[in-house]
Design a binder for this molecule. Sequence first.
Ligand code: NDP
Length: 274
Amino acid sequence: MIHLYKKEIYAVFGNPIHHSKSPKIHNFFFKLYNFKKKYIKICASKNFFLDEITLFFKKGGKGANITLPFKEKIFSLCNNITKRATIAGSINTLKKCNDGKIIGDNTDGIGFLSDLLFHNIIKKNFNLLIIGAGGASRGIIYPLLKFGCNIFITNRTFKKAQILSKEFSKFGNIESVFYKNLRGINFDLIINSTSASISNELPLISYNIIKKKTICYDMFYMNKKTSFMSFCEFYGSKNVYNGIGMLIHQAAHSFFLWNKIFPDIKKTIKYLFK
Ligand code: NDP
């Protein structure tokens, strides 16, 4: 085996990847614990990403995060897949073990739930609306159902919402609803798990479902308010969040898989927002 990296190297693979804050978070975790390790971002090519990730591990890479659009396409690279990644059908974390085997895991779901608990914005029996039916939705549905929430899921391409609701119905209450049929349902928490905010767009849901008490969460994050956050605030929501907390929590769970230490979340938030 060739080991070209001088330090223990970790990386996030995605395309696009320039916006990723994962290197900042993980390098801070390493600093917190005095680890001589480094975390970088790699823009993987859409056709050859499996080869690129394989090469990364051959060169001595120890762990990786996988983001859009590769999360559902990485299974063939793994020797072992955790239960939560198998159920999600989506992998966001890879770990290379000492015997050379690669474990595939999904920390998005647990990271998302951890952030909701951190902000105290989730309760058992909450009615949740998930907008979007891509890899990120796949990751969060199982932990939310296990927590005891009722899920309504909608998507621009409705068929994909139907497939997810069918697939996850064995774990709890989940039903797919067309955009146009959302009016009249009372949602405690609306989750935008589409990638629309990346290009400053909005999923075409009706503003009528947003009330003063409705909690609105955009899984996307940027330095200013996302288009979805502004939309929800404009139509009355007083509780609007972006996905930075989810990012920190999912990173912490990945870090735990790699290092067996759960990093200090409060210190990380303080560092990121100083
Ligand atoms: P995918 O590419 O797998 O899925 C994209 C989803 O967005 C699909 O449901 C797609 O609908 C929908 N969509 C895209 N553009 C629009 C639009 N203009 N209007 C309506 N729907 C749209 O992406 P992921 O699921 O992996 O990621 C989704 C979002 O979640 C991204 O913004 C990503 O950054 C964020 N994320 C954040 C994390 C965090 O830690 N904060 C972790 C993981 C993801 P259709 O099926 O019709 O194409």
